[in-house]
Design a protein around this ligand. Structure first.
Ligand code: NAD
Ligand code: WQD
Length: 342
């Protein structure tokens, strides 16, 4: 019988791509999502890609009673991948309690149930935001974490600590925190992708919406950083590559290949790209000219960050494979499909 994996936030951006990769690897998937930032239609599109409709339950993981009820009815879950969280940095500054409650309580509810209902394994979505602006680049997993720039970032840091402490106190549990750099792009089928509510805060959705005519122009935040061309540098990773790393992490836990009960891996490409390089790459990949203008820096932004991927490459045997142009083209193909552009 296939191992059963609970994917929280599985109708969301990274979760939906991971469901597809888990199914392709023969896992049985159950998705839990409260649909606060995604749509039920995603299940149809997952089914179109994989031929398998994942089981689905809609409820809020911050609700302890509902979460416990789920585990009383769903036995033999081999592992959880916990994507469900609120993730808008700006909104977290306005509504810190919403972010602390949603992101911390959801994880704590899951961990309580893991202990009570004997679910030994968890993979947690963390973020390179825990490093802030590192002194030395690229960042390894040993690079010290910094005070968070936002309540959202702080929820990732505190959740890592909650996970580490809980696993330490309960040696039957095993967990992997994956620190994502900047996930971008969409499934090559263009059936699933990133669909932000309202005005996008992240670079690539803003670029594709500008190219699609939904936004007048892209504002490039800052050209006076100490980087190749003055614009800020990030490590942009294809979402399908990222999804595949989750399957590797699950295999590692289920096959007992982990070296410690709590492990951390950076997931990036190992290469930094400036905002202007992303713009040029998008134009080259798609043939679409982008209307952009340089404006001042965005508050709270760091100058540059990219991952040292040695540990993930060697220890997980995983490597980001897709190139930037292929990835930016996939983001554009997704935007076109969503907007009905030929
Ligand atoms: P997303 O918003 O597309 O997906 C998250 C999903 O979780 C959504 O479908 C939402 O409806 C659901 N959800 C939120 N709170 C819930 C709750 N209390 N109960 C049940 N469902 C709930 O986000 P994403 O980009 O796919 O991110 C997935 C995870 O990866 C998040 O934890 C995020 O913080 C983390 N992460 C994302 C990025 C990024 O740039 N996208 C970078 C680093 C880390
Ligand atoms: C990338 C670069 C912007 C929009 C955020 C979160 C982080 C993580 C990923 C989850 C920056 C520039 C952007 C625009 C621009 N999420 N930019 N014009 O800031 O690296 O990280 O998302 O954990 O926590 O903080 O990503 O996509 O917002 O920005 O010039 O309209 O693009 O200034 O240099 P960021 P981003």
């Amino acid at each position: 019988m296939a191992d059963k994996i609970l994917v929280t936030g599985g109708t969301g951006y990274i979760g939906s791509h991971t469901v597809v990769e888990l199914q392709a690897s023969g896992y049985e998937v159950i998705v839990v999502d409260n649909l606060s930032n995604s749509s039920i239609d995603v299940l149809d599109n997952i089914e179109q890609i994989s031929g398998i409709r994942p089981a689905f339950e809609q409820f809020d993981l911050a609700d302890g009673a509902k979460t416990e009820d789920f585990f009383t009815r769903n036995k033999n879950i081999a592992a959880i991948i916990h994507f469900a969280a609120s993730k808008a940095v700006g909104e977290s500054v306005e509504k810190p309690l919403l972010y602390y409650r949603n992101n911390l309580v959801s994880l704590m509810n899951l961990l309580d149930c893991q202990i009570k209902y004997d679910v030994p394994n968890i993979v947690f979505s963390s973020s390179c935001t825990v490093y802030g602006q590192p002194e030395v680049l690229p960042v390894t997993e040993k690079t010290p974490r910094k005070d968070a720039e936002s309540p959202y970032g702080n929820t990732k840091r505190v959740n890592e600590d909650i996970l580490n402490d809980t696993i330490h106190a309960n040696p039957q549990l095993k967990g992997i925190a994956l620190r994502y750099f900047n996930p971008i792009g969409a499934h090559p089928s263009a059936l699933i992708g990133e669909l932000p509510l309202g005005v996008p805060q992240n670079l690539v959705p803003f670029i594709t919406q500008t190219a699609a005519g939904l936004r007048d122009e892209l504002k490039v935040f800052g050209d006076d950083y100490d980087t190749v061309d003055g614009s800020a540098v990030r490590d942009y990773i294809n979402v399908v590559d990222l999804a595949k790393a989750h399957v590797v992490a699950i295999n590692r836990l289920l096959q007992g290949k982990n070296k410690a009960n709590y492990e951390i891996f950076n997931l990036g490409t190992g290469t930094g790209l400036s905002v202007l390089e992303v713009v040029t790459g998008f134009e080259k990949a798609t043939g679409v000219k982008l209307n952009y203008k340089i404006v001042g820096r965005r508050a709270g932004d760091i100058e540059k960050i990219w991952a040292d991927t040695t540990y993930a490459n060697e220890e997980l045997g995983w490597k980001a494979e897709k190139g930037t142009e292929e990835t930016l083209l996939s983001a554009w193909n997704w935007e076109k499909r969503v907007r009905g552009i030929k």
